[in-house]
Design a protein around this ligand. Structure first.
Ligand SMILES: C[S@@+](CC[C@H](N)C(=O)[O-])C[C@H]1O[C@@H](n2cnc3c(N)ncnc32)[C@H](O)[C@@H]1O
Length: 283
């Protein structure tokens, strides 16, 4: 990606090009380096903006960021809280979605990460839509009544009370974790803290070789990246279990029944076999 500036020279392994030759050319124009190699002048996409940044952390892939934006229900004008900022890749996608008129409030505990993220956001021309907070979210969020909140850090389940306090009634919550062990902990945390409409998802994108006469999928694809958990806060969470999914309730009912059967079997087994009692059938 290039920011065109008068008088500058673009160097690449295909040769050099003067920025002045490119300024004011329409996107989609073919240009030639001093070695005669052809290059296509293209507008950077959101994917380019997210992936061509300096990284000092694992970053969120564009395929996952697209789903985050959808699950957070973001649009121009939305107010969204994010933690941690990391290198700012997801922040770029969030700012892209809420501009103009919206705001991203991004929290990061490490000052060195904040600096990298700030510089990345500035280069992508999106810093004006973002407030960067250099603090731990263990101390909570400064904002309340936000439309949406996303956690991308190692132990999201310990910050769920803070997240609930920041979200507006009806707000949207998402968290991203790479392992199933974390998913399990986060699911338990969401159930206990008062979140409903809980979903666990993964995003797979399969590209095709764009050959009309021999259309088939690429040989390789990106495998696992993250699990995405989304949920909605319950405003009056007295009876949190009421809003568990039907699947979860069925499992809970079955678990209670299994426990009763196991207890009854243990009781019968411990009684003297000589008694030869007849019992009612176990359920
Ligand atoms: C996986 S990285 C986030 C990557 C980011 N989403 C991106 O796409 O570039 C996780 C970040 O959370 C930060 N973090 C961890 N605990 C935190 C806390 N309690 N408060 C704020 N940030 C925290 C870490 O320092 C790290 O930079």
């Amino acid at each position: 990606m290039l920011r065109l500036q008068p008088g500058r020279l673009f160097h690449s392994n295909l040769g050099k090009v003067q920025h002045d030759e490119l300024i004011d050319l329409p996107y989609g124009t073919t240009v030639f380096s001093h070695l005669g190699h052809a290059m296509l002048l293209l507008e950077p996409s959101l994917d380019d903006r997210m992936t061509r940044i300096k990284r000092n952390t694992q970053i969120i892939f564009p395929k996952d960021a697209a789903m985050v934006v959808r699950r957070l229900n973001l649009r121009a004008g939305s107010r969204v809280v994010e933690a941690g900022t990391g290198s700012g890749a997801l922040t770029i996608a969030l700012a892209w979605a809420v501009a103009p008129g919206g705001r991203v409030y991004s929290y990061e505990i490490r000052e060195d990460h904040i600096q990298v993220a700030r510089s990345n956001l500035e280069k992508m021309g999106l810093l004006q839509h973002v407030d960067l907070h250099a603090s731990s979210i263990l101390d909570g969020f400064y904002q309340t009544d936000v439309d949406a909140l996303v956690l991308d850090l190692r132990t999201p389940w310990i910050f769920l009370k803070q997240a609930r306090r920041a979200l507006r009634p009806g707000g949207f919550f998402v968290s991203l974790v790479p392992t199933t062990n974390q998913v399990e902990q986060l699911l338990r945390g969401l159930e206990e803290t008062g979140f409903a409409d809980i979903a666990v998802e993964e995003v797979f994108v399969r590209a095709y070789k764009p050959v009309p006469d021999r259309l088939r999928p690429d040989d390789t694809m990106v495998g696992h990246t993250v699990f995405m958990l989304s949920a909605r806060p319950i405003v009056d969470p007295e009876d949190k279990r009421r809003w568990l999914s039907e699947e979860r309730k069925r499992y809970e009912a079955r678990r209670i029944l299994d426990k009763r059967i196991a207890e009854e079997e243990l009781k019968r087994a411990s009684q003297a076999p000589a008694e030869q009692k007849t019992y009612p059938r176990l359920p």
